[in-house]
Design a protein around this ligand. Structure first.
Ligand code: FMN
Length: 223
């Protein structure tokens, strides 16, 4: 396979995976994916990111701490979050939700089942590893774009190695617990997490497929 075909396969091979096998990945593979992630471009090469990865006992402690916060209804994200979209963005959001719940055979009005599926975010969908992506406090939209490029490079690197991932804004809801686990100060604000590991390919939830509205997102001017 030539490089262009390989890249096509990697880009299309990355999907948000929401059921993982428990088996840990080799540490060298994780370090390699992090090394590649940090090759992402950034404004003036500022590299405005900190990536903190939890595995094993750290992962278990975090899942427990976050579950405790969710149970008491506390959410204190560093960055504003309301999860509401209008117009075409709402339509696309609904399409993704229908694909997800459809794959799990969860009915539109089954709020309890939807809630149970949502809560799996906080056990990292069973993934053995979770990476948290932090932006320096006070940095804004431009640097957040840098963090996004870094995160996508990380996920594509994992895909290229045969692994799977899920980016999760929901993992930014409890930044205090995450900072405490890693000893990170409030000089860093948590933007999202990425659960990763080997996909459970037999899980129904992983059959959900999203689409892209390329026609209305891309404009080409000139020859
Ligand atoms: C920054 C970001 C945050 C996301 N947060 C969540 C999340 O909290 N939970 C979840 O299940 N999926 C989350 N997703 C996954 C999106 O729903 C998914 O990327 C989208 O539906 C397209 O599907 P695909 O990733 O399979 O191509 C997030 C994606 C991104 C890029």
């Amino acid at each position: 396979m030539n490089l262009a075909n390989a890249f096509d396969a990697i880009v299309h091979g990355r999907t948000s995976t929401r059921a993982f096998l428990a088996e840990a990945l080799p540490r060298a593979a994780i370090e390699h994916a992090l090394h590649l992630a940090c090759q992402a471009p950034s404004n003036c090469n500022t590299q405005p990111w900190q990536i903190a990865v939890a595995s094993g006992d750290a992962r278990a402690r975090l899942a427990q701490a976050i579950a405790g916060e969710m149970a008491s209804g506390r959410m204190t994200p560093d960055l504003p979050y309301d999860g509401r979209y209008d117009g075409v963005y709402r339509e696309r959001q609904s399409g993704a939700a229908e694909a997800l719940y459809g794959a799990c055979q969860i009915a539109r009005d089954d709020k309890a089942a939807r809630s149970r599926q949502f809560m799996r975010n906080f056990d990292f969908f069973g993934a053995p590893h979770v990476a948290f992506f932090f932006l320096p406090a006070g940095f804004g939209t431009r640097e957040a774009a840098d963090l996004g490029m870094c995160a996508q490079t990380f996920m594509l690197a994992l895909t290229a190695m045969g692994y799977a991932s899920c980016p999760q804004t929901s993992l930014s809801f409890h930044p205090q617990q995450v900072r405490a686990e890693f000893g990170i100060t409030e000089a860093w604000q948590l933007m999202f997490g990425i659960s990763f590991g080997r996909a459970d390919t037999a899980a129904a939830v992983n059959q959900a497929a999203t689409t892209r509205d390329i026609g209305s997102c891309v404009l080409l001017a000139g020859d």
